[in-house]
Design a protein around this ligand. Structure first.
Ligand code: SF4
Length: 268
């Protein structure tokens, strides 16, 4: 499928997941006609301050953040990214109640952490018990293993941006349900649109299948590069799987070496 058509379909699925099932016939899309004067500022405004305000305003209402995100060809400053993500987290994610069962069981939402200008985004599945308690992704045993994998790649945790497909912990750490992924996917897409990484590493099937919009098993998706909105994507096993299946560490290391080579920082 053509890349541009896939992007349009991805956006349409995001709107559908958010409950937007139709777009009124108009020159201006609904988010343009509903928001306040601040967000009406032209996106071509070259003033950094005005762009920051526009980014902030664009994330303050339900309609706004579904606005097609800044094009990767329009770089955002660090401050613009910080404002956009903080607003998304505080005004959309923390208050989200789309997944009834998850909302009932969560301690808090778990948004994302790391370098807002990272070249590499790590995407996992969902918070576990430790993450739910601390409000940060990958802080439990699987997170410790991820830190060691990054160290082997000569990367620090603070060099990358880390997030999950789901922002709320599934009870008993069960896999995310399809409707939960559909509900939460727009938040992940928006995070990636703001960070604008050059590379994405999907840890586990849930992340890989969500990013690549496929049902293929993780074993069929690893060992090669894919593309998500022009970003190079590699898929490998989740660290939690490695804790149960240490023999798969070798496979993950092969995938990470491929990724590091593509990023121009080969490791052996
Ligand atoms: S998992 Fe995502 S979509 Fe579901 S309630 Fe939590 S934040 Fe909302």
């Amino acid at each position: 499928m053509q890349e541009w058509l896939k992007e349009i379909l991805d956006h349409a699925r995001s709107w559908q997941a958010a409950g937007i099932h139709w777009l009124p016939p108009s020159d201006a899309p609904p988010w343009k006609r509903r928001h306040d004067a601040e967000a009406e500022k032209p996106t071509t405004d070259s003033s950094s301050a005005n762009r920051s305000a526009s980014v902030s305003a664009a994330a303050t209402t339900h309609q706004h953040w579904f606005e097609p995100s800044p094009s990767p060809t329009v770089p955002m400053s660090l401050e613009e990214r910080r404002i956009a993500l903080q607003t998304l987290d505080e005004q959309q994610v923390k208050t989200c109640t789309r997944c009834t069962e998850l909302v009932r069981n969560r301690t808090q939402t778990v948004f994302g952490v790391g370098n807002l200008e990272a070249e590499l985004c790590i995407v996992g599945e969902a918070p576990g018990a430790d993450e739910d308690a601390q409000g940060e992704p990958f802080v439990g045993a699987a997170g410790q293993l991820l830190n060691r994998i990054l160290e082997a790649c000569q990367l620090k945790r603070s060099d990358v941006y880390i997030c999950n497909v789901l922002k709320c912990r599934p009870p008993g750490n069960r896999p995310p349900l399809p409707d939960e992924v559909a509900h939460c996917r727009p938040f992940l897409e928006r995070q990636l649109d703001v960070i604008q990484p050059k590379f994405i590493c999907c840890l586990g099937a849930a992340a890989a299948q969500t990013i690549l919009n496929t049902n293929l098993a993780i074993g069929k998706l690893r060992k090669k590069f894919h593309t998500y909105r022009g970003i190079a994507v590699i898929c490998t096993y989740h660290p939690a799987y490695l804790l149960r299946n240490p023999n798969a560490k070798r496979d993950v290391w092969e995938d990470m070496k491929m990724l590091m080579a593509k990023m121009g920082r080969p490791v052996s």
